[in-house]
Design a protein around this ligand. Sequence first.
Ligand SMILES: NC(=O)c1ccc[n+]([C@@H]2O[C@H](COP(=O)([O-])OP(=O)(O)OC[C@H]3O[C@@H](n4cnc5c(N)ncnc54)[C@H](O)[C@@H]3O)[C@@H](O)[C@H]2O)c1
Length: 442
Amino acid sequence: MISTKKGQDIPKPEGKLGVLMAGMGAISTTVIAGVEAIKRDIAKPIGSLTQMAHIRLGRRDEKRNPMIKEFVPLAGLEDMVFGGWDIFEEDCYEAALHAGVLEKSLIEEVKEPLRAIRPMKAVFDKKFVRKLDGPHVKNGASHMENAEALRRDIRDFQKNSGAARTVMIWCASTEIFMEEDSPVYKNLDSFEKALKENHPDIAPSMIYAYAALKEGVPFANGAPNLTAEVPALLSLALQNEVPVCGKDFKTGQTLMKTIIAPGLKARMLGIEGWFSTNILGNRDGEVLDDPDSFKTKEVSKLSVLDVILQPDYYPTLYKDLYHKVRINYYPPRGDAKEGWDNIDLTGFLGYKMQLKIDFLCRDSILAAPLVIDLALFLDLAKRAGMKGVQEWLSFYFKSPQTPRKDIYPEHDLFIQLMKLKNTLRHLMNEKVIHHLGEEYYA
Ligand SMILES: NC(=O)c1ccc[n+]([C@@H]2O[C@H](COP(=O)([O-])OP(=O)(O)OC[C@H]3O[C@@H](n4cnc5c(N)ncnc54)[C@H](O)[C@@H]3O)[C@@H](O)[C@H]2O)c1
């Protein structure tokens, strides 16, 4: 465990928590409008572990089950203040209407705080998100100048909002697929040199992550982009003692996959094929219509089953698994995505079965509570002195980052949840729960 402080030694979350979001589209505006609606008691934070979940402590007969938010020193939703960047100038009220996630009547009730948040100018390069272009961008002479401008934005935001602590969450569009092998990512020196020289291997998301880490601001990556996964930025996170986590919020279809696949495997049922297809019509869907942005998403979505099913250990059950993922941009659906899965199963004596899932979900409604939790947990991690990759937050991601490249990420949602809760128990000097012990009630 890499926390330097535990229990009473973790500083209390005093003052406001600044939540900066790169990209102020469907998810970000749903987060802001949602928190404002919850503060006014006109809606509930359903889907948020920090706000809704309890955690068992000690033996079952002790009957200690506090809410997570009462057990660990988390900032309250009322302390959250928001800011961010976008390539479009519209304020959060207009952006929320545009995103079409929330009903107009709800948006009207929180119009005032939404109107008050105007995105700062973005660092953007169309080369990395081909389907988009916008006028509200910084024009620094180099990547380094843009990074410095973002750092100034962070400091200005802190000053103007009165935020005592800040976190940053990437909620902007998915960038094109990038390999990790560029020499500029190798260490901080090569990375900073590349920033100064405007090197083409530096993506905008990396510039945001760099700015956050330089300012000591914890960073989470909600998209599948490479971003903070490169050695240069990970070493900066360790050097500046900042927690980071990613990648790609685990919401619709992949959430279902990481719930169902571990169950099928637990029963030693074979899987011959898993065909997943989606239709969605929001701006995210439009961006993913570009094959290079889709590739980034596809890699993120495909990795899940291989790790959960371990075909090398279970060749009879999973060696020939055919796994296909498709995303189709279909404007009439807007943010109300539909994800279909067809699973071809093999049972006792090789008999075939099928399972069909049709998840009529809402992308940003599933994602927004994850942003709230990540902001609160990253802030906790920072106060507890945790730095570098926060694997206990894998629960929230499709492609969880691991502290070392030779460790595979844990995808099973229930293992991820156990890891998260045991981390909280450990932080608060409670026994971790492994469901096994001398006591009958363990
Ligand atoms: N909604 C989900 O369930 C879900 C799940 C996993 C991942 N994601 C990812 O989260 C991200 C946000 O999703 P969304 O539905 O809010 O998308 P969105 O298209 O509604 O919002 C993204 C916003 O980012 C802005 N943007 C693009 N590049 C930028 C840059 N360099 N700097 C600042 N702003 C920039 C766009 O103008 C847009 O307003 C996407 O990358 C998406 O793939 C979403």
